[in-house]
Design a protein. Structure first.
Length: 375
């Protein structure tokens, strides 16, 4: 008997498989197709011949932990302790899974804000806990009235994703004030803040949970080197949590992966000594602006993208078919793969919106836009 009877193959896998079968341009799955910084690859080449291939400490390579602490300090002016408040993980997905497994008990409730990334629900169900899905407003701002109504004495965790995948929205000051006000009424609720796109923001910087004093003692922050440094296949991320929560998280982590890829940890640690994260947002803002410019003559209506490397678009002026069918036809007839937004909702709410990934080289974006503008 299945532990996850209602969970099937990820939509990202489905659309990427279809894209490969039909030789379509894949703007569905969120990964860059441009070269990694040669400074980083040169570090890897050198390290591959050195003695960095054995197990590292369970919580992470000590110099990397120290560099993460420095990164958090420089980015958010927060002081954290490398040995007790940071854990290097096998990607952000493992960080999220481990956190939920460690902190959520049977019959607890976890609030998820839809549309939501698909890795949140499964670990909740595997805890024999209850995911409580609350839809964002149609403009993708949080519906705090609905969120408050969803909170009960059984609510153990609220998951926020900022900047938000798939919509590209970022939370505002008033959103955090509403969250903090809510948490005052429910002192046992833990916040899981998924901030993997923290350095990919545009006109406005996102407000990190790292900067919210009222949250620090009850919040787990998730970050991703894969997203920040364009090395998604390395699957290296990290989480930051107060020591009393981290003790429980590490108990699960040590039996799930024990320690993370040693070569990648050492390479990233050295790379952090010489790289700045300041230019990451401007790199992707140029790509966002270029992609939007290329689609200006198309029949798609482009929604605002405040962060991440995703662009949500309405196809309402093109077709009335459901978004899954439209995405399938987009692949088979027009040679471009996208993700239907309805698949991010529990009840498959369909607003005729799809998501494109613009983390691609200019030639790929140009050819994709050429095809999309013919529709």
């Amino acid at each position: 008997m299945s532990k996850l009877p209602n969970i099937g193959t990820s939509i990202f896998t489905v659309m990427s498989k279809m894209a490969a079968e039909h030789d379509a341009i894949n703007l569905s799955q969120g990964f860059p197709n441009f070269p990694v910084d040669s400074v980083l690859t040169d570090i890897v080449i050198r390290l591959a011949k050195e003695n960095v291939h054995q197990y590292l400490p369970m919580s992470g390579y000590p110099p990397l932990l120290s560099n993460i602490a420095l990164l958090v300090k420089s980015s958010y002016r927060r002081i954290i302790l490398p040995t007790t408040e940071i854990l290097v993980t096998a990607g952000a997905t493992q960080a999220i899974f481990t956190t939920i497994q460690a902190l959520v008990q049977r019959d607890d409730e976890v609030i998820i804000l839809d549309p939501s990334y698909d890795c949140y629900e499964a670990p909740i169900l595997l805890c024999s806990a209850k995911p409580v899905r609350v839809s964002l407003n149609d403009d993708y701002t949080p519906n705090w009235s609905a969120i408050k109504k969803a909170c009960t004495a059984n609510t153990k965790m609220i998951i926020i994703n900022n900047p938000h995948n798939p919509t590209g929205k970022i939370l505002t000051q008033s959103d955090f004030e509403a969250l903090e006000s809510l948490l005052q009424k429910y002192p046992e609720i833990i916040v899981l803040s998924d901030e993997v796109y923290e350095y990919i923001t545009f006109e406005e910087k996102h407000i990190s949970a790292h900067t919210r004093i009222k949250l620090l003692n009850r919040c787990v922050m998730i970050s991703s080197f894969g997203k920040s440094f364009h090395v998604t296949g390395w699957k290296v991320g990290y989480l930051v949590a107060p020591e009393h929560l981290m003790k429980e998280i590490k108990k699960v982590h040590q039996f799930l992966v024990f320690s993370v890829n040693s070569l990648c940890q050492v390479a990233i640690s050295e790379y952090l000594d010489v790289v700045s994260v300041e230019g990451i947002g401007s790199l992707y803002q140029e790509k966002r602006d270029y992609f939007r410019k290329l689609l200006k003559t198309s029949r798609f209506e482009l929604l605002p993208s405040e962060g991440t490397y995703f662009q949500v678009a309405s196809y309402a002026a093109i077709s009335s078919e459901n978004d899954v069918a439209f995405c399938e036809r987009l692949i088979t007839e027009h040679g471009v793969a996208a993700i239907p937004i309805s698949t991010f909702y529990e009840k498959r709410k369909d607003l005729h919106l799809i998501r494109f990934c613009f983390a691609k080289d200019n030639a790929t974006l140009e050819e994709a836009a050429k095809r999309l503008c013919k529709i």
